[in-house]
Design a protein around this ligand. Structure first.
Ligand SMILES: Nc1ncnc2c1ncn2[C@@H]1O[C@H](COP(=O)(O)OP(=O)(O)OP(=O)(O)O)[C@@H](O)[C@H]1O
Ligand SMILES: Nc1nc2c(ncn2[C@@H]2O[C@H](COP(=O)(O)O)[C@@H](O)[C@H]2O)c(=O)[nH]1
Length: 195
């Protein structure tokens, strides 16, 4: 008999920066009552970002310490900043709350897929290059950072083919509706299997 946490899903919202991953993930997650698992980063918070809500913002020293203890299930360096996820955070959320969601770049999503297999569902969110650039500008992200992020756009887009689902994001309400329906099917299937 499978343990209840074996039946929980990890929904990973991925795709190019600025495609709308966080906005969609938080909206779908709140509608479906999913728990968000936050990454740890050595990056400094941007205006409006809150520790414990957007990321766990930590010092490079603490990051090194956690990394040396083998805490990170996945760790990457992006623009000289470290980002990682602790496996224990995912396991704790599974035990307490069931299915979880998180937002990762395609590289991180791929790495986690290798660990969690069928339990992990990748939702690829995308829009054209010009649109993601404009969205980042409107969000107030600096020109240099946007340039660095756009440098990864083509590589990130290639990952679409490996994801379980892909959604174009222009009409936000429509995208959220489509993804909510898709995830409901996974959660419903789980409930039926339990009965
Ligand atoms: N369909 C949409 N139409 C217009 N604006 C959108 C749409 N989806 C998201 N946005 C806006 O685009 C901006 C980027 O969205 P969001 O932060 O969710 O993207 P992201 O992929 O997580 O990128 P980032 O890494 O920059 O945070 C936000 O200001 C968000 O409100
Ligand atoms: N592989 C991982 N990627 C992550 C993680 N946490 C966030 N991210 C992605 O990094 C870039 C840059 O993020 P930003 O907030 O500094 O702009 C973006 O694509 C994030 O989704 C992680 O733990 N692992």
């Amino acid at each position: 008999m499978a343990d209840s946490q074996d039946r929980a899903f990890i929904f990973v919202f991925t795709g190019p920066d600025g495609s709308g991953r966080k906005t969609i993930a938080d909206s779908v997650g709140s509608t479906l009552g999913l728990t968000k698992v936050l990454s740890y980063t050595t990056r400094k918070p941007r205006p409006g970002e809150v520790n414990g809500q957007d990321y766990h913002f930590i010092t490079p020293e603490l990051y090194e310490e956690l990394d040396a203890s083998g805490d990170f299930i996945e760790s990457v360096t992006i623009n000289s900043n470290l980002y990682g996820l602790r496996g224990s955070d995912i396991q704790r959320s599974f035990k307490n709350n069931g299915s979880v969601y998180l937002v990762l770049n395609p590289e991180g999503a791929e790495m986690l897929k290798q660990t969690y297999g069928n339990q992990l569902i990748r939702l690829f969110i995308y829009a054209d290059r010009q649109t993601v650039e404009q969205r980042q500008q409107q969000k107030g992200i600096g020109g240099e950072v946007i340039e660095q992020r756009l440098g990864r756009y083509e590589t990130d887009m290639i990952a679409q083919a490996r994801c379980e689902h892909a959604f174009e994001n222009y009409d936000l309400a429509h995208t959220v509706f489509e993804i909510t329906n898709t995830l409901e099917q996974y959660l419903q299937r789980n409930l039926e299997e339990r009965d």
